[in-house]
Design a protein around this ligand. Structure first.
Ligand SMILES: Nc1ncnc2c1ncn2[C@@H]1O[C@H](COP(=O)(O)OP(=O)(O)OP(=O)(O)O)[C@@H](O)[C@H]1O
Length: 952
């Protein structure tokens, strides 16, 4: 042997996979048990045949909004409290039994919280047998006529099955009988009265998938997994003398009732990668009663305990395995085919899991706590395996499934990795105290149905002609009938023959004592001759019968040939029909699966729809609330708007009034200022126009004092009236000025004469429409604030004379009315033409102009002003003077008695009351001279130092 090969563990072939094989989801059913007598609050409601709803009991407000949470779970089918054990069996276990008989594996387990009814569902109670006894009854009800003789099928140590001949089986039986193993009861009458009522025979179902050309045999085994150890519940004990097979393949070595301590078993994998409990007792049973008796024997040994939640709480997972072996009959249809490879073994595992529990609730202590820990741990492993399986299947991952972490999952490994049908009954107790644990169970159960298990493939049909058993039986019956018809050897003939053989006369005593004994020898000869005759008769009879049988057989043979021909034809037709049926079955299965998938989808959709509807309802409520709020806010907003509008209108009115008031005040102020300007202009005008006249008119009274008495208050013009017009009439002069009583020496120097030369030309130009050109009319020259005069450039700078060439030439305009004051400080203007009335000609020669103007100052002294300006050529060819500066020369007279004497002569001695009140020209001119560019004296005052005037 190759060394290398010897040292290495051969690599295990991967689990059997059938490419393209179909798979089915794990079928999960939910059973709700009735509420216990002491239970008060119910937390489960069956809302449809596939959905249950869990209501959180008082104190479990798990929703964010504090509402009671309701959760729904959908399963393949939900059974309410009123479901009978029969109906449950029909829906859940019957298809698995059908499969078992068709040679397919199945796994059925109950899962749930402790006390939820798992054992009740699996085992049942007297009069209400559970899934297990019903399955047994259905199996035997179906296969009874086709069972093989006891010990024809024989289990080996490696989970395999062998077939023996009937003779070997007979010998086996004799051997077992010899060691006096007590037989299990095979009839109902012998059943334990405790279990006699577990099932009513009339309830037993029957499958249609039994193959009549096969022989069947059933083996059962029963193990429990306690604290993660496997124990054989059928193991021999003092009370139970069924010998375990581990001591010699079923041959017991302890003939006595010697006790063997329970020993934990290990799990192994057979050559087909199926897990099995090594050394576990497998008992061949021939009836449902016998099988159930075996189960019950093990059940009594199962570890149960009285907990606070269940008087008989299972402390272990129990696994009852029904193994069905079937092998085809030989070609004659008489005996089981002696070929191991033709044996099909299928098994159905019925598992009653221990219930998940919280030790706090069960009141467990000591051993019970350890048991509970192990139970919960193994259930957790089961959940983990299912979760990973699901993930692997849904996401295409290949995570390792930890089957080995627990014995229970390890035992079921080949169901999930291999093929078969898996069904789970989730038992729930509607008691509100179980709510939390039930929630976990529900989640696990819902997840489990997403796991898929490969569907078992159909077993191959053996090559023999179908209907062999039936044909063989028919042949035997026919043979008997024919023999009877032809007077052949029937049972009576056979008895005659037997009697003949038995009636052969006994041989006389053949002891010859004397050679001459004539009595013994003749008597012996006679007896032998007699026997010879009888024998001849028998031989003749035999030959006759043989001839008759031969002829019959020949006849039958010929019949058989024709029948076989007919049969073959029928077989061909049958095969065709079979194929049709097979394809029909496949189609039906496909459609059934489709229906199931659709049903599942519908369930999911219904659930989703329900969720959406709930969402919709809550959102609608939310929407309504928001709409109401919006309406409230809108009406509030409208009210606010109205209030604001009212306030705005009020404020607007207030401000409009305020603005009107301010505009009026401003207009009044402006009007006053304007009027002051006008006054100034008029005064200047008066100065200019009256410069020729002897004597000086009285200065006009100050507007500020006289205007209210003499002139109507200036009214704010309406908008339609346009901009306010200047007062056309001069402001009323003081009385003294009007009647000329005041005799001030005229200090005003009219310059109208000096520019009048231009008046003709200017008139002509006006005619020619030379608008915008400043005409140096006296009014305009002197009215420094006459806007229209300055709307266009009055001077073309090009026409200015050069001052550098020969210095400036002045027109020294001293009106004739000026007084000689005899002052020392006299302006000396070199290069000047002295005129009393300037003419255009004079002006044309000069480029500077100075007017010496005298007037009475406010203190009564005569004030001399030198009003200077530039002489400009106008566009029309005339001359104009643009005033640029005013120099004021003041002289105080020392001979004034008491108060300051007025410089003007002829002034009233008492003085006019208005004298101090009005602002005379001198005053205003002095103010004008004192003003500087940029002064903020107000729009009513012109700045004399500024040459260039802006457009209004
Ligand atoms: N559907 C049912 N109808 C009537 N009685 C029921 C039903 N289900 C359970 N019961 C009763 O409830 C009790 C507890 O049931 P059972 O022992 O089957 O629970 P369990 O789930 O197996 O508990 P444990 O996990 O502790 O073994 C039993 O007395 C049983 O008769």
């Amino acid at each position: 042997m190759n060394r290398q090969q010897k040292g290495r563990t051969p690599r295990r072939p991967p689990p059997k996979k059938f490419p393209g094989s179909q798979s089915d989801p794990v079928g999960v059913y939910c059973r709700v048990r009735p509420l216990g007598q002491d239970d008060k609050e119910c937390c489960i409601e069956v809302i449809s045949s596939s959905t249950i709803q869990l209501h959180a009991p008082e104190g479990f407000k798990t929703n964010r909004n504090g509402e009671y949470k309701e959760t729904q779970y959908s399963f393949k089918k939900v059974f309410g409290v009123s479901i009978s054990q029969t109906d449950l069996f029909e829906h859940v276990a019957k298809p698995l039994v059908d499969d078992l008989i068709s040679g397919k594996n199945g796994l059925l387990f109950t899962y749930g919280v402790t006390g939820s009814g798992k054992t009740f569902t699996m085992t049942g109670s007297p009069g209400e047998g559970g899934l297990l006894p019903r399955s047994l009854y259905m199996i035997f009800n179906s296969i009874s006529p086709y069972q093989a003789k006891r010990y024809v099928f024989k289990t080996d140590d490696k989970n395999g099955m062998e077939v023996q001949s009937e003779v070997e089986a007979l010998l086996e039986r004799q051997r077992r009988d010899h060691v006096s193993i007590p037989k299990t009861p095979s009839s109902r009458q012998k059943l334990d009265p405790e279990i006699a009522d577990m099932i009513k025979t009339e309830d037993a179902y029957q499958t249609e998938g039994v193959d009549e050309d096969s022989s069947y045999c059933v083996f059962v085994s029963y193990v429990e997994i306690y604290n993660n150890y496997i124990y054989d519940l059928l193991e021999e004990t003092q009370d139970d003398v069924i010998k375990p097979k581990w001591n010699g393949g079923g041959t017991p070595v302890h003939p006595s009732t010697e006790s063997i301590a329970p020993q934990s078993r290990s799990l192994r994998e057979d050559q087909n990668h199926n897990m099995y409990v090594a050394g576990c007792m497998e008992v061949e049973v021939k009836s449902a009663e016998e099988a159930f008796q075996v189960f019950w024997r093990g059940q009594k040994k199962r570890k149960v305990a009285n907990t606070r939640l269940n008087r008989e709480s299972s402390r272990s997972h129990s696994v009852f395995i029904i193994k069905l072996a079937q092998a085809p009959l030989d070609a004659e249809g008489d005996n089981v085919l002696q070929d191991k490879n033709q044996v099909t073994v299928s098994q159905l595992c019925l598992v009653d899991l221990a219930g998940s529990e919280r030790t706090g609730r069960t009141g467990a202590e000591g051993t019970r706590v350890r048991e509970a820990g192990n139970i919960n741990q193994s259930l957790l492993t089961l959940r983990t395996c299912i979760e990973i399986l699901r993930e692997n299947q849904m996401c295409g991952t290949s995570k390792m499934v930890p089957y080995r972490d627990s014995k229970i999952t390890h035992l079921f490994k080949n169901y999930f990795d291999g093929e078969g049908k898996v069904r789970m009954v989730v038992c729930v107790n509607p008691n509100a105290d179980d709510y939390e644990e039930t929630l976990l169970v529900m989640r696990f159960a819902e997840m489990t149905q997403e796991v898929e298990v490969a569907r078992p493939v159909e077993r191959p049909i053996c090559g023999f002609t179908p209907g062999r058993r039936h044909r063989n039986q028919a042949f035997k019956e026919e043979l008997t009938r024919k023999l009877v018809e032809r007077g052949g050897p029937i049972d009576t003939d056979f008895h005659v023959l037997t009697n003949l053989v038995q009636s052969l006369p006994p041989l006389p005593s053949s002891e010859v004592t004397d050679p001459h004994d004539d009595i013994t020898l003749p008597r012996l000869i006679e007896a032998l001759e007699n026997r010879q005759r009888i024998r001849q008769t028998i031989v003749d009879e035999y030959n006759r019968k043989a001839d008759m049988i031969r002829s019959m057989i020949q006849h039958i043979d010929s019949n058989m040939v024709s029948t076989e021909n007919i049969l073959q034809e029928q077989n061909v037709k049958l095969l065709e029909k079979d194929q049709l049926i097979q394809s029909g079955k496949m189609e039906i299965e496909r459609l059934e699966k489709k229906i199931k998938t659709q049903e599942y989808k519908i369930d999911v959709l219904q659930k989703t729809t329900k969720n959406y509807e709930d969402d919709k309802r809550s959102m609608q409520q939310e929407l309504e609330t928001r709409e109401q709020r919006l309406h409230r806010e809108l009406s509030e907003k409208r009210r606010m708007e109205q209030r604001m509008q009212g306030m705005v209108t009020d404020t607007q009115h207030k401000w409009e009034k305020e603005c009107d008031r301010r505009v009026n005040a401003m207009q009044l102020t402006m009007q006053n200022k304007l009027w002051v300007k006008d006054e100034k202009l008029k005064q200047l005008k008066a100065i200019v126009t009256e410069s020729k006249t002897p004597g000086r008119p009285d200065p006009p009274p100050r507007q500020t004092h006289t205007a209210p008495q003499s002139q109507p208050r200036w009214q704010r013009p309406s908008r339609e009236e346009g901009p306010p017009k200047r007062s056309a009439s001069p402001s009323p002069l003081p009385q003294g000025a009007q009647d000329g009583s005041e005799s001030y020496p005229s200090s005003s120097t009219s310059i109208r004469s000096c520019i009048s030369a231009d008046s003709t030309a200017s008139r002509a130009r006006r005619k020619n429409g030379e608008e915008g050109v400043c005409f140096p009319s006296p009014t305009k020259v002197l009215g420094l604030n006459e806007r229209s005069c300055w709307t266009s450039t009055p001077v073309r700078p090009l026409h200015r004379r050069s001052r550098s060439a020969g210095g400036e030439k002045w027109v020294d305009h001293k009106p004739a009315s000026n007084l000689d004051l005899g002052t020392v400080l006299q302006p000396l203007i070199p290069n000047a033409i002295h005129v009393s009335t300037p003419s255009e000609k004079t002006l044309a020669k000069c480029d500077r102009y100075v007017l010496t103007h005298q007037e009475v100052a406010s203190d009564g002294e005569i004030e001399t002003k030198l009003i200077k300006g530039d002489v400009m050529k106008t566009r029309g060819g005339g001359q104009s003077v643009q005033f640029t500066d005013i120099e004021t020369l003041k002289q105080a007279l020392t001979n004034a008695p008491g108060r300051k004497r007025r410089s003007s002569e002829g002034a009233p001695a008492t003085g006019n009351q208005n004298d101090g009140a009005w602002t005379d020209v001198e005053t205003r001119c002095s103010r004008a001279v004192e003003m500087r560019a940029g002064s903020k004296a107000g729009p009513g005052y012109e700045q004399h130092a500024v040459i260039k005037r802006r457009k209004p």
